[in-house]
Structure formats: C-alpha cells, structure tokens
Design a protein around this ligand. Structure first.
Ligand SMILES: O=C(O)CCC(=O)C(=O)O
Ligand SMILES: [Fe+2]
Length: 367
C-alpha cells in the first residue's frame, strides 16, 4: 500500500525503517513456528456449532460441544447465533464509511460521540517488524443508558452509532449466553447453580465494562509484508468476532499456525485470558494473529466481554478446574495495568505467565 490515499494512516512513512530492516516477509520467516515438515501453514476448519440446537432436545449435546471446543481449541464458530445478518451487513457498510474518512479527520475529529482517543493506528511502541500491527481501529465502549443512546442519536452520525449499538447489544447477549454455559459446566451444576462463595463472573460483565472494536487492515503491498495484528491473546473473558470474506486470521494449534477460513454465516468465538485463568486452564485463551494481505484490505469487528475492573479472578479448581491453582488471584484492573506496563517496557504483552504460580512455571509445560 502507499499512504497516498488520504484516508489511509501513514503506516508506510512511519514504519518503513522497520520493514527495511527486515530481510523477508514475516509470513515466510515465521514458518519456524510451525511443526509441519514442509513448514507450510495449514488450513483448518474450526468446530462449527449450530446454536439452534439449544432450543431443542439436543441442547445438552450442544452445550457439551461448546465446552469441548473451548477446552480443546479455545476457538470455535457458531451459526444461528441471534445476531441478524442484515445488521452485520449494515455494520460493514457503516464501518467502511467510518474508515474512508480522511486520516486527519479520523485523528482530529471524534466520530459521533466516540471519545477522541477511540481511533488508533499502527503500533506506537513497536521497535521491530514483529511488534508492528498494520491496521487501524476504533475502540467503542457500549452506550450505558437509553438517555446516552438518545443523545448519540441526536449527535449527528445517527445511523453509524445506532447500528454499532445494536450489534454490540446482540453480540453481548450471545457472549453472555456462551459464557453462562462455560461457567455452569465448570461449576459442575446447572446454569442457575448458585455458589455463594464466589463472584458471579458473568453478571460482572455489564454494558459499561464491555466494548466493540472495529478493525481495518489496509493492504500492505507486495514488497513489504507485516502482521495485520501481531500474535496475541485477548485480555478479556470471551470474544465474539465477525470477519469479512478476505481471510488472514490464524490461530496457534499444537505449535502450528492455522488459517481460520471465512465462513459467511458464522461468528467466531474465542476464550480470553480471564476465562483461562478463572477456569484454571480448562478453557484455553489461544494465541492468534492476522496476516496483512498484499493486495486486499480487510475488515473485522470484535466484541470483548469484560467484567468490571475490580472483579477478582480466582482460579476455580475445586470442580471442573481440578487440582491446585495454576495462578495467583488478581483483579481484572491489575491484569490490565500489568499488560500495559509490560507492553511499554518490553514492546509485548506477557499476559497470563505474569500471574502463573511458580511451581507451574517449573513443572507445567506450555499450554
Ligand atoms: O481481525 C481479526 O480477525 C482478529 C481481531 C482480533 O484478534 C482482535 O481484535 O483482538
Ligand atoms: Fe484478538
């Protein structure tokens, strides 16, 4: 890509030195992370779970598939998920419009009632190509009250803000439903099983703690090569993702990077760090990344189910988690601060390993 189009952030001008210092494209170099003999990145079909089964006699089987996929893969796809396709199409259109605004306007003028720092691009802390994300994004908190929604509607970009809000609400409902199933299974009881000793994690994820991210990955040009999004795990409880048809998302499975093929009717679900720690490693927060395309831009939308910052994440090891705790307890706020500090100091997120108990570091292998 060039930076000529005035809607593109100046990625090339800002990061050319990182691209120039790297002799090969990352997707070639990075093959050492695969275990295949031919070092090729393989394609995979993530489990696809039809949520319509939750309404039928097969509900128990469906819940078991969700638990199985979250334990084995950490990633899965869902169909009949309750987020209307027409709404997702409307969001895609609005999202394209949002990113087509001139770059200077994206930086200077907040859109509708988004806060001015909701727009981000590139990776300001990157010191090498491996740390650079060739992308731009809007981080959008959910609106908290009806009054706020009405004010946003009156504030100008009515359609965009309201479509975003509707998608957030629908994705949040889905995320809460899936989190409820995963949490209930861990408790070894029914979905409304009460445990007076611990916080109900799912009810701590509310409208004012969750957010949506609109991602755009500009084409990066044949000569360069970069990550659209660097390898990472999500720092939340559960993520719902909608990708367009371009492809580029990959996840780490048994040491190999595997491509997640676009599936038009499905949403992607992945376990976040908090759920991995809280489940004492029963559910897996899996590393994933996006490869930038040389010739095609790509759009995606991610909804992050997060609890309040003061929520205590305490490994649950009595029933489903099993054995001794693998992590010390921490609040979500502590976790976020640690991640922020690590990124500032080292250029990368160290994540859950910061909170893993010592005997686990020595005795347990990598997940
Ligand atoms: O764009 C994608 O496919 C992945 C996005 C993602 O991993 C994220 O926003 O955390
Ligand atoms: Fe992610």
């Amino acid at each position: 890509m060039t930076d000529d189009d005035d809607s593109n952030p100046p990625l090339m001008a800002t990061y050319k030195h990182l691209l120039d210092s790297h002799p090969h494209r990352l997707d070639v170099d990075d093959r050492t992370t695969t275990m295949d003999d031919d070092h090729s990145s393989s394609r995979c079909v993530l489990p696809v779970i039809d949520l319509a089964s939750l309404q039928h006699a097969t509900a128990e089987q469906c819940r078991a598939s969700i638990v199985g996929a979250a334990s084995e893969w950490g990633f899965f796809q869902v169909t009949n998920h309750g987020v209307p396709q027409a709404l997702l199409d409307q969001l895609h259109e609005a999202q394209v419009g949002v990113f087509r605004r001139p770059f200077q306007r994206k930086v200077r003028e907040p859109l509708a009632d988004f806060s001015p720092d909701s727009y981000r691009w590139g990776t300001p802390t990157a010191t090498c190509l491996e740390q650079l994300s060739w992308s731009e994004a809007y981080h959008i908190p959910m609106l908290i009250s009806d009054d706020e929604a009405a004010a946003a509607a009156a504030a100008g970009d009515k359609t965009t803000r309201l479509v975003i809000e509707e998608v957030s609400t629908a994705m949040s409902k889905l995320a809460l439903q899936l989190a409820g199933i995963l949490v209930a299974d861990l408790r070894g009881g029914g979905e409304d099983d009460e445990d007076g000793d611990e916080e109900d994690m799912v009810t701590r994820c509310t409208r004012n703690t969750c957010f949506l991210r609109l991602n755009r990955y500009p084409a990066c040009g044949a000569a360069s090569g970069a990550f659209g999004l660097c390898p990472h795990t999500d720092s939340d409880f559960l993520t719902i993702l909608h990708q367009d048809g371009v492809g580029g998302l990959q996840l780490l499975k048994a040491g190999s990077w595997v491509a997640v093929e676009p599936n038009p009717g499905a949403l992607i679900v992945n376990v976040g760090d908090l759920l991995q720690a809280w489940s004492n490693d029963r559910y897996r927060s899996v590393e994933h990344r996006v490869m930038a395309s040389a010739s095609r831009e790509r759009f995606s939308v991610a909804f992050f189910l997060c609890p309040a910052y003061d929520t205590l994440i305490q490994p649950r090891c009595s029933t489903g988690g099993g054995g001794a705790p693998h992590y010390k307890s921490f609040t979500f706020g502590e976790y976020r601060n640690q991640v922020r500090e690590d990124v500032k100091l080292t250029g990368r997120k160290l994540g859950l390993q910061r909170f893993r108990l010592q005997q686990e570091l020595q005795g347990g292998g990598p997940l």
